[in-house]
Design a protein around this ligand. Structure first.
Ligand SMILES: [Zn+2]
Length: 300
């Protein structure tokens, strides 16, 4: 009853608003999934169906950043669902044809799944991160799953150790930074504040001892799973309170595979394309858009 009332009020509230509020941003988007539960049949079938419909609608494939089962985050899920590693690999091969695969890292202290062992900025341990990172990458190589040099942080955790590992291992694109309060990370926020990076402004991040930078493309917000695409407009505009709007705005929207709303998300994408001329990109075409503009370099 409460939700019904809320929806009625929203409907009235949005009636008076223009649908093309985001037109001025010249918004260039890609869609990234934090892909965590494809061992569940229902999650996998909804995700693959969505990837196909998204491609039909936009001409672009989404990015699916996946956690290898060398991470406890997935290993236990496979065990719980009686799902074999071979079956998992088979699903990743199917997903590789429908999306661009990336690496989604979740790290634990001393390889222990207890919640208090989840690694965040305040308890990060370089040796535990490094061990897990190496195991994860070896798993991709062993099973011939290409992560395409794409990284997206689990729990939005990012720090100097992760940056160093990414650059040393030839990663070229990172999707871990965000200025949305729900995707907060203390390291990322400081980097962007110290260097005056706006939302929707990709930038190059590099280590002092290595000439190769990684290109950081920010996450805006989740793509909407409510019946109101206007919720997306409202939340997007919140990111820009007190910020500059550049001639071109580039970034990604995200969802987990398990909290995707097939119907509402596609409706939101249609709304953004029809009313706000938003361009949805595959990873390759996003790289071209980013490559055509001058980017700030941040040395860490
Ligand atoms: Zn995650």
């Amino acid at each position: 009853m409460f939700f019904d009332m809320k929806n009625v009020l929203k409907r009235v509230y949005y009636l008076g608003q223009k649908s093309n509020r985001l037109l001025k941003y010249n918004l260039q988007l890609a869609y990234i999934f934090h892909t965590e539960r494809i061992y569940e049949d229902e999650v996998f079938s909804k995700l693959t169906l969505f990837c196909k419909s998204y491609y039909e609608l936009t001409g672009a494939k989404p990015i699916c950043a996946v956690i290898p089962p060398t991470s406890l985050h997935i290993k236990n899920g496979l065990e719980d669902f009686g799902f074999s590693e071979d079956q998992f690999v088979e699903r990743l091969h199917i997903l590789s044809s429908l999306s661009t695969i990336g690496y989604h890292g979740h790290f634990y202290l001393k390889e222990s799944l207890a919640e208090y062992n989840a690694i965040h900025c305040n308890n990060a341990n370089a040796s535990d991160i490094s061990k897990q990172f190496t195991k994860d990458l070896n798993w991709f190589a062993k099973h011939q799953i290409n992560h395409n040099g794409i990284y997206a942080a689990g729990w939005w955790f990012f720090n100097q150790t992760i940056l160093d590992l990414l650059i040393k291992n030839g990663f070229e694109y990172d999707f871990s930074f965000s200025q949305a309060p729900y995707f907060y990370n203390q390291y990322s926020v400081k980097v962007m504040q110290d260097h005056d990076i706006d939302p929707g402004e990709p930038f190059l991040l590099k280590m002092p001892d290595n000439p190769s930078p990684i290109t950081c493309i920010q996450n805006f917000i989740g793509l909407h799973n409510t019946p109101f695409p206007q919720d997306f407009n409202r939340n997007f505009e919140k990111l820009y309170e007190g910020k500059r709007v550049k001639p071109i705005t580039i970034g990604v929207v995200n969802a987990h595979d398990y909290d995707l709303s097939y119907t509402h998300t596609l409706a939101c994408i249609k709304h953004l394309m029809n009313h706000n001329k938003v361009q949805f990109h595959s990873f390759d075409s996003l790289k071209k858009v980013v490559g055509a503009i001058d980017l700030k370099t941040v040395n860490k």
